[in-house]
Design a protein around this ligand. Structure first.
Ligand code: DGY
Length: 318
């Protein structure tokens, strides 16, 4: 019996790759770089199932050249890279990888928050220049984190996981978003309108999906509402922030600093951000632990097995 065909746009961690040949015919060995538009089209043309990543743009034209395709398993929790309506109109199931990356993304959010507040990366850079003169009372002063107000925009799974970690730092949590979530027992979480969250937060962390509603959710007006001592952290999607407005706000001292894992035009990072000392920049590492990336791959394979086996997908988003 012939195996179903699978197109992978990028190589996945070895434990995921190891399970593929027994169940699927891999259309081609995926290159360790983004596929070209031609490679994408060739892969989609022959695939029963596809595993793609957040940087692959899966649009209506590409889907119209995929006559046998049953499922696109996006190797990410976010799926703004896929035209869901076009997929639905062709009866192609789209799935994502929720839950399994919640902790790793929340942990990385905290790594950014602490790094920018306590100037960790600046300090590391200084040591490496060999010019550190030794301890001094006024040297590299950052900001307290413990006891400060943590603002969350988007209180979904990852927003809640970030908020939970705030309890260890005795931080009151205020949040904005469509959903009101019950606070875990004894935790001071309070829903407030976005403008109030902007104005009151000492640390503001973004956890909304990228949609037409959230594109440039944080722009010049919102940045002006923030405290000059506040820090902005983004591990969601780059276009949620108007990056040019953020650079101006950081240069002008409208806010104190930013920790960013995502950018408006990935992989390009605007020069204005790169030249600022009060910004910590990471290369979209939210889910980048071996354990998480293996779990993400296995979920993709489970969804594919379900759909090709005639069962409902586990994580359908369209
Ligand atoms: C996702 O899965 O959407 C994350 O951005 C990956 O790191």
């Amino acid at each position: 019996m012939t195996k179903p065909t699978l197109f992978l746009t990028r190589p996945l961690p070895e434990p995921v790759m190891a399970g593929i040949p027994a169940r699927y015919e891999l259309i081609s060995d995926p290159p360790d770089r983004p596929p070209s538009p031609v490679e994408l089209k060739q892969g989609f043309a022959r695939a029963d199932a596809v595993i793609c990543t957040l940087s692959d743009r899966i649009d209506a034209d590409l889907l119209s050249h995929a006559p046998r395709l049953k499922i696109v398993a996006n190797y990410a929790v976010g799926y703004n890279n896929i035209d869901l309506a076009a997929a639905r109109s062709r009866h192609i199931v789209v799935t994502n990888t929720p839950d399994v990356l919640t902790d790793s993304t929340a942990d990385l959010t905290w790594a950014l928050l602490l790094a920018v507040a306590r100037r960790v990366v600046e300090g590391d850079r200084w040591i490496r220049t060999g010019t550190w003169p030794g301890w001094a009372p006024t040297q590299m002063l950052g900001s307290d984190v413990s006891g400060k107000t943590l603002g969350i925009v988007g209180m979904g799974r990852i927003g809640q996981a970030v908020a939970q970690r705030g309890a260890v730092f005795r931080m009151p949590v205020i949040y904005a978003g469509r959903r009101r979530v019950p606070a875990p027992l004894d935790l001071p979480w309070e829903w407030q309108p976005l403008d109030a969250v902007l104005a009151k937060s000492d640390f503001l962390s973004l956890h909304v999906p990228l949609t037409d509603m959230t594109r440039h959710l944080i722009g010049p007006r919102e940045l002006t509402l923030m405290k000059p001592t506040a820090y902005l952290v983004n591990t969601s999607r780059g276009p949620v922030i108007d990056e040019a407005a953020l650079v101006s706000a950081l240069e002008a001292g409208t806010i104190a600093g930013a920790g960013l894992d995502v950018y408006e035009q990935e992989p390009t990072v605007c020069a204005g951000l790169i030249s600022l000392p009060n910004v910590v920049l990471l290369p979209h590492l939210g889910s980048a632990t071996l354990e998480t990336r293996v779990r993400m791959g296995l979920i993709c394979l489970d969804n594919i097995a379900a759909v090709l086996g005639g069962r409902p997908a586990l994580n359908r988003v369209n």
